[in-house]
Write a protein that binds this ligand. Structure first.
Ligand SMILES: [Zn+2]
Length: 173
């Protein structure tokens, strides 16, 4: 029995055969897939796909989308988390995090969105789905400041020491 904690099933690449993708995952023993949002514009899409296919979803603003997000999108996220608080398919805040790999991103803006979304996750009592790319130490710093209900450090490729620190804070890799 498997749970896929991170699957962008709403992406356009799946438009033609999304049903078949979900069916193949089920046949392979994947009992649940979690569909993380990447920006306010796809909050509805991930929820609707999760409902249609009996899957789960997360709501958040991805670090690579922070540049084009509006400040008000954080308020939109807060509202949506409140509105869906009794939806059992909403299982996390994500995908959030920091990306220090892609050149030219505004790190201060990424950090502001990351910390604000950690606080929303904490207030909602939800775990987080973290995007980690050359950013493990900065992500850990945030997790120590804002205590959340665990979560997943996605695509983690840091050191053993960093892995142990994520684990100590309740994160799975
Ligand atoms: Zn992702």
């Amino acid at each position: 029995m498997w749970v896929d904690t991170h699957c962008h099933l709403d992406a356009a690449e799946f438009a033609a055969d999304r049903d078949a993708v979900v069916a193949r995952a089920r046949a392979a023993g994947v009992v649940l897939q979690v569909i993380p949002a990447v920006e306010a514009a796809n909050f509805d899409a991930v929820r609707e796909i999760a409902q249609r296919h009996g899957l789960a979803y997360a709501l958040g603003i991805h670090p690579l989308y922070v540049g084009r997000a509006a400040d008000e999108d954080l308020e939109r996220l807060a509202e949506e988390l409140r509105r869906r608080r009794d939806d059992p398919r909403l299982v996390a805040v994500g995908e959030i995090g920091l990306d220090l790999f892609v050149a030219g991103l505004d790190l201060e803006r990424q950090r502001r969105f990351y910390l604000a979304q950690l606080a929303l996750a904490r207030d909602a009592g939800l775990p987080v789905i973290l995007h980690v790319r050359r950013s493990a130490d900065l992500l850990l710093h945030g997790l120590r400041r804002v205590e959340v209900a665990g979560g997943i450090a996605h695509a983690f490729n840091g050191s053993d020491a960093q892995a142990a620190q994520f684990a100590a804070l309740g994160l799975r890799l």
